[in-house]
Design a protein around this ligand. Structure first.
Ligand SMILES: Cc1cc2nc3c(=O)[nH]c(=O)nc-3n(C[C@H](O)[C@H](O)[C@H](O)COP(=O)(O)O)c2cc1C
Length: 145
């Protein structure tokens, strides 16, 4: 089954731009070899990663990522079946210079997921919004490679 998983985590203190680029290059190479698509965002000491692919591959990858010491407080924001990947050809693009829309969106996501009272529907809508804003961010040239 094809799935999309989005998570958020805190970037560990010892991790800077060089390490983030290393994580990104590893993810690009390893994921494209097995057909996993998505994007990695690093903003304000948070990672947000979108991963789309076969569930049988995503589940073990996610466990490996979660155990990685370069981030902590890993929280799954969305885990949903999808019909097709929206990130075909994205090659795990790294976004480190967010557009204003993306900054606003992740701030709303943080608020919604850190507040226990936010409904699951609102949380799901914000995740869908994040996907569309990421897809638009490329056009806005807010991507760093
Ligand atoms: C924020 C973050 C995102 C990551 N994303 C991926 C990824 O998409 N694909 C991947 O193979 N490894 C990713 N990694 C690295 C894994 O945690 C792990 O180090 C790597 O998969 C180990 O590869 P190996 O088993 O080939 O040594 C990520 C790590 C971090 C901290």
């Amino acid at each position: 089954m094809l799935k999309r998983i989005i998570y958020r985590s805190h970037i560990a203190d010892h991790v800077g731009g060089t390490e983030i680029r290393e994580i990104s290059s590893h993810a690009k190479a390893a994921n494209s070899a097995v057909g996993i698509q998505g994007a990695l965002i690093a903003i304000n000491r948070y990672f947000y990663q979108v991963l789309e692919g076969d569930e049988a591959l995503l589940t073990p990858l996610l466990s490996k990522i979660q155990a990685d010491q370069r981030h902590f407080e890993f929280m799954v924001l969305q885990d949903t079946p999808i019909e097709a990947s929206k990130f075909d050809g994205w090659d795990m693009t790294l976004i480190m210079s967010p557009s204003p829309d993306l900054e606003t969106c992740v701030a709303q996501i943080n608020e919604a997921f850190d507040n226990q009272e936010t409904s699951a529907t609102v949380q799901a809508r914000l995740c869908e919004g994040l996907v569309y804003i990421i897809l638009g961010a490329v056009d806005a040239k807010a991507v760093s490679f």
